[in-house]
Write a protein of this length. Sequence first.
Length: 601
Amino acid sequence: MAGEKEIKEIYDNGMKILEELTSNAYEIQEQMLEEILIRNAGTEYLSRFFVHGQNHKQNFKANVPIVTYEDIKPYIDRIANGETSSILFADPITQFIQSTGTSGGKPKLIPMTAESFEKRMVKPLLVDLVMKKCISGLDQGKSFYLFFVKPEMETPSGLMASLYTTSYFKTQIFKNGLAKFCTSPIDTILCLDNKQSMYCQLLTGLLLRDEVVRIGSSFASVLARSIKFLEDYWKELCSNIRTGFLSDWIADPACRNAMSSILTRPEPELADLIQQICEDKSWEGIIKELWPEVKCISSIVTGSMSQYIPLLEFYGGGIPLVSPNCGSSEACFGINLKPLSKPFDVSYTILPNMAYFEFLPVNNDGGGKSREFKLRGASATESSESTNETTTVNKPVDLANVKIGRYYEVVVTTLAGLYRYRVGDVLKVTGFYNKSPQFQFVERQNVVLSIDLDKTTEVDLSKAITKAKLVLEPLGIMLTTYSSYADTSLTPGRYVLFWELKMKGSNDLPKLDAKIMEECCGIVEESFDFTYKSLRKGGVISALELRVVKHGTFDELMDFYVSKGASISQYKPPCCLKSEEAVKILNLGMVGTFFSPKTMF
Ligand code: AMP
């Protein structure tokens, strides 16, 4: 699957392929599981759970435990250190995909086979096809996508580990397919220096502004960062456009070479126009002004990325925001078949050929702590000595048995050696497209803040902040992004929130009224759960603190994580900080600190 013929086949027949996949979702899932088990029943990992006399599927459902990354890490480490990959999967593992791990976790190494990599490459083409079908004019221009790569790493076994996107951007299917419709030359995308890459991609996007019909990035955080970069560099970009010369600090030879065929002559009129637009104090609607033909902004804006919706709506000036797909390094879950649905209404449709999916029921609001199924383990029968898998009370259901309105944590069995693996994401089933479930992305199901017995999840935090920021909206104040940490340097400890605030019409820092900010702290605490409130009442946790930071502080945080090896293109701002250095960076941008009223509880 690399040639132009296959790409054409998807563009010609993609909608039919989607219909077939979704109409036969159950059968495809069953066949896929069967195939995975037939091929891999004899592997060291699976054979431990297979009892003679039972068929593969019986064995699988009854005995194979539900695991987290930590459970299979010993196997992955052995493969990374040079043992044969057949301990986990019959087909050879050809590379590892690194998960970004910027949301508090460490990067994981996800095994990948040639077949599973190839299968996945079809997804971006299907996403593109659906968007082009649903948004008129999208096939009549170029996409200004901001894409970035991260250096690959060689494991002791010689297998390479890289981000999925980094590997993907190097494939023929990308070069022959989507890249042809992108403004950014491949060499600027593949440049390992993110700053040079960003500069060249923005410069190209500006030079080709009349051709641009779509602007985007994988995650909304990247687009927000790119707009901040434009704020910092538009004068220099205009100067390059005016003179026709690329700045000297763009030293990467491949970037310079690629730009030489795009920045070919002085364009003073274009430079004047861009300058005039960027000089405006308010950048409201700037995307529409800079790229007048843009039909949509394509970037993941669900889950933790929803915090960027107000910002992108502000800069977009009414251009629809499209959240195209949902997935992880482990597997692609689904794509958005209604790209024009409002960001908070987005549902993704499961692609049943991407993995074998199971769904662990979680409690009714998708978050919180009552969802206490014991981790790791599928049935109440077996547990293994070699891992610390335990049993669970909640049984997973398969794709055919999910119920509309219910919340589930997604569990995948992949074509590359993950068996009943908890990805950690919670989805809410919203309907079906043919036989394929559709879901809203709820949140990553992890505890982010904890003091004593309290465990506050990402969902709890985001819900609380969503409520509190409503107080600021009538004042024209925008919360552009947030983070938090548990400050236990004093006893009792407290939760600290960092909020980056700006005025709606400009990047100016809002006037902060202590009373209003304290009210926000109160609303956050009020919406935390019973455990938090009783610990707070009992003096085990002290009053919540809110530190307001100035515009651009979170970009410095992103730069910090990128300098530590995070990928810019898959960057997700950590909703909770674990590193002291990160806390220091945000503290440096602090312009005000507020506390919840002491007498609140
Ligand atoms: P990574 O494996 O590093 O690419 O990160 C994948 C994670 O990004 C997923 O497990 C989700 O938590 C998050 N993610 C991916 N797609 C979406 C989406 N459409 N909406 C919200 N979060 C997403």
